[in-house]
Design a protein around this ligand. Structure first.
Ligand SMILES: *[C@@H]1O[C@H](CO)[C@@H](O)[C@H](O)[C@H]1NC(C)=O
Ligand SMILES: *[C@@H]1O[C@H](CO)[C@@H](O)[C@H](O)[C@H]1NC(C)=O
Ligand SMILES: *[C@@H]1O[C@H](CO)[C@@H](O)[C@H](O)[C@H]1NC(C)=O
Ligand SMILES: *[C@@H]1O[C@H](CO)[C@@H](O)[C@H](O)[C@H]1NC(C)=O
Ligand SMILES: *[C@@H]1O[C@H](CO)[C@@H](O)[C@H](O)[C@H]1NC(C)=O
Ligand SMILES: *[C@@H]1O[C@H](CO)[C@@H](O)[C@H](O)[C@H]1NC(C)=O
Ligand SMILES: *[C@@H]1O[C@H](CO)[C@@H](O)[C@H](O)[C@H]1NC(C)=O
Length: 210
């Protein structure tokens, strides 16, 4: 194998392992597999280049439903946002406040996301969900799913919502950061993490998607 071919192969492997899958609600389209539409890129805001209504719309409970991700990173920050409408490109409702830090690769299934109160939704309201993962260096990956809020829809449970062994997630809060800084012999490093998270939050979650 030539050096160039090796490099190509390596970058393909790199790409395949760095991206993530949105298994539930069903993503607008597969942005991960080799056969994915060549216009798609998970680096692309807001939905990896997949237009609304490309795929199947999932019925999702009015009181908040499940999200199931296929993660390939050692750890990643996860932000899940909601946009209301039939053709959403503005995901201005946060469903992960605070956002998460997930550790491990494999399936992460969260049975029920909590919705903010007083959302203008009803049985039959169309909406879309955006999942953003952000790595250590602040680079963001995107996937979206189109949903219909339904009073008859149920959250996933049991075998349908199994998280792989070794996968955990926790809320990222300022308090957690302060504890880490206090315990650390290198507070500067933690301050850097905190401000990187702050910046990333600003840029990718509130700024760019607002
Ligand atoms: C990519 O997008 C262009 C412009 O919208 C379109 O003409 C083309 O058919 C798309 N390619 C695929 C593989 O869907
Ligand atoms: C929508 O669902 C059908 C039936 O399960 C499936 O064959 C199709 O691939 C799905 N569409 C997309 C874009 O994933
Ligand atoms: C959806 O929104 C995009 C941009 O906001 C627009 O270009 C497109 O025409 C809209 N599609 C429909 C079906 O309304
Ligand atoms: C979110 O965006 C929608 C559509 O652009 C707008 O109607 C709504 O007021 C926005 N909500 C918030 C909380 O900014
Ligand atoms: C997120 O988790 C990783 C791996 O466990 C850890 O190194 C990192 O410091 C965590 N980030 C925050 C903000 O807690
Ligand atoms: C998770 O990562 C480990 C170590 O890098 C690897 O051996 C394993 O195959 C990965 N599992 C998945 C589901 O990607
Ligand atoms: C994370 O925060 C949310 C909202 O405050 C809370 O409902 C949830 O229980 C917290 N999760 C963990 C693992 O602490």
């Amino acid at each position: 194998m030539t050096g160039f071919a090796t490099l190509l192969l390596l970058s393909a492997v790199q790409l395949a392992t760095a991206h993530f899958g949105l298994e539930y609600p069903e993503w607008r389209d597969n942005t991960l597999s080799a056969g994915a539409n060549s216009n798609y890129s998970q680096w692309e805001w807001p939905c990896a280049g997949v237009p609304p209504n490309t795929g199947n719309r999932t019925d999702w409970p009015l009181t908040g439903g499940s999200v199931k991700l296929d993660l390939h990173h050692k750890w990643t920050y996860i932000f899940i946002n909601l946009g209301i409408g039939a053709n959403v490109s503005n995901f201005n409702v946060s469903l992960t406040n605070p956002f998460w830090n997930s550790t491990g690769n494999g399936t992460l299934c969260v049975p029920k996301l909590t919705l903010p109160s007083n959302l203008p939704i009803d049985d039959g309201t169309l909406a879309s969900i955006q999942v953003v993962t952000i790595g250590e260096t602040g680079n963001a990956l995107y996937n979206c799913a189109d949903i219909t809020f339904r009073s008859s829809a149920n959250a996933l449970s049991g075998d349908d919502c199994k998280t792989s062994d070794g996968i955990t997630y926790q809320n990222v809060t300022a308090a957690a950061q302060e504890q880490k800084s206090a315990a650390s012999s290198s507070p500067a490093a933690n301050t850097a993490v905190l401000s990187a998270v702050g910046l990333v939050t600003l840029l990718f979650v509130f700024g760019m998607s607002a």
